[in-house]
Design a protein around this ligand. Structure first.
Ligand code: FAD
Length: 424
């Protein structure tokens, strides 16, 4: 055990030191609960889904529940930003654009998102043609956009500063003196205590074992979910996949046109192919100064288990990305063939592409739950924006057994069909 964790009994145990584990630690310690975070690769590791510099915050969603959750999350991000004095959100216009009747993708499609915004009375700007998109954002070449392209622009959007957000949760939790961290320890066994009195975790690091006990357990294990779920008699169903996503950064040319946060729904079949996105230049790291991150939101690298993941960016995907950007992005913005800092990051993709957050069922599909425990698994490439809210929800579910946000969480239910199987 590391020197700062001399104790073995906690109010709350958290498996996973990614953004959701840290947000949960922030809320647990704020409630005066002695809390332990355990991470197999260490907090701030470069392997998990929370690595990197930036994530999109958006209210534009393809359903009302997610839009309401995003609104609630924005309120907390804003408060955290004010209280910490740190820049957690860099506000900017976000444009969603693509075929008027594009099929659904894991991120929705233009029509569904427009419908949600309309039914909720949320303000946005509608660009009804490629010419209108090009006029508003000349960085998108008119000739590259099919005739049926339309766009939605919303100003209440932002690039989230990933590393600053993680530091802010961690710093605030540490300030309470209630946070302990077991870095680079893998949880190899989760065992409920008798009479539902809590949980015991067996952890291992370099051949050394440490056992800790807690009244409540929160699990945010990302793509390693099966390593934790087996302690609850569950495993992920075969439809669950790990998506390895490839991305890179492009240096901006001198005096480029304005670059918003953008997402293109260019898919014409029912796949995600044709979906691309990018960020404006951000000051989140000195070595990315005056560069923009751009990526495809589809992949050729899917895996059934973390042990199968092959390292490295996918050359075919990078070729397609460069070819697409070469057409789409104005030549006075970037040279699409000249990218740097190419990398990968992992999505934990559920069978239906939706998140899973809730209490942990006693059997697949059952409405009975393990006492005192909650989880967020299968974050499906979209949970960062919800981190402060989900941290709060995970603590409420594990400690109180219920959350005030339950109504909007039903679409993410941990008991919906096809998520889990019994583990043998
Ligand atoms: C390329 C990419 C782009 C994205 N873009 C966006 C975006 O624009 N907007 C948005 O909102 N979201 C986005 N996301 C999604 C978002 O980043 C993730 O939903 C979020 O980071 C998941 O955080 P997490 O804490 O659940 O998981 P992770 O960050 O993966 O953390 C899980 C942690 O658990 C630890 N762990 C697992 N099992 C064990 C064990 N047995 N013992 C000990 N430790 C264990 C791991 O070591 C890991 O550190 C994106 C994701 C990717 C990959």
């Amino acid at each position: 055990m590391s020197p700062n964790t001399p104790e073995t009994h906690y109010d709350v145990l958290i498996i996973g030191g990614g953004i959701l584990g840290l947000a949960s630690a922030y809320y647990a310690t704020a409630r005066g609960l002695k809390t332990l975070v355990v991470d197999q690769y260490g907090i701030g590791n470069d392997t998990n889904s929370s690595k990197g510099l930036e994530r999109m915050f958006r209210l534009m969603q393809d359903n009302e529940s997610e839009a309401r959750l995003a609104e609630a999350s924005l309120a907390i991000w804003t408060e955290l930003q004010r209280a910490s004095g740190k820049t957690l959100l860099a506000s900017d216009d976000l444009i969603f654009f693509g075929h008027r009747d594009a099929p659904m993708t894991t991120e929705g499609n233009v029509q569904h998102i427009k419908h949600t915004m309309d039914s909720m009375g949320m303000p946005y700007e509608y660009l009804d043609s490629p010419a209108a998109i090009h006029k508003r954002f000349p960085m998108f070449n008119l000739a590259a956009m099919p005739d049926d392209y339309v766009g939605l622009v919303q100003a209440a959007s932002a690039s989230i500063n990933v590393q600053e957000a993680a530091r802010t949760f961690l710093f605030a939790a540490r300030q309470t003196d209630l946070l302990h961290v077991l870095d680079k320890h893998a949880v190899i066994q989760v065992a409920p205590l008798k009479d539902q009195a809590g949980y015991t975790l067996l952890t291992e690091a370099d051949g050394r074992s440490v056992t800790v006990h807690g009244k409540h357990l929160i699990t945010c294990p990302g793509v390693w979910a099966d390593s934790v779920l087996k302690g609850f008699g569950l495993k992920q169903a075969p439809g669950w996949k790990i998506w390895k996503m490839s991305y890179a950064y492009w240096p901006l040319k001198e005096n480029p046109p304005k670059i918003p946060i953008w997402f293109e729904f260019g898919n014409i079949d029912a796949s995600d192919q044709g979906t691309f996105y990018g960020f404006p230049p951000l000051d989140f790291s000195p070595d990315r100064h005056n560069m923009v991150k751009m990526s495809a939101d589809y992949t050729y690298d899917t895996y059934d288990a973390p042990s199968a993941i092959q390292p490295g960016v996918n050359p075919r995907l990078m070729e397609e990305l460069v070819a697409h950007l070469d057409q789409l992005i104005a030549p006075n913005a970037v040279d699409a063939t000249q990218y740097q800092h190419a990398g990968t990051c992992l999505y934990s993709m559920s069978p239906d592409g939706k998140l899973v957050i809730g209490r942990i069922p006693t059997a697949p599909g059952q409405q009975s739950f393990h006492a005192g425990a909650s989880m967020c698994v299968m974050e499906s490439g979209r949970a960062f924006k919800y981190a402060p809210l989900f941290g709060r929800i995970l603590v409420e579910l594990a400690v109180d057994g219920h959350t005030r946000y339950q109504h909007d969480l039903d679409i993410f239910s941990s008991t919906r069909d096809g998520l889990f199987e019994p583990s043998t």
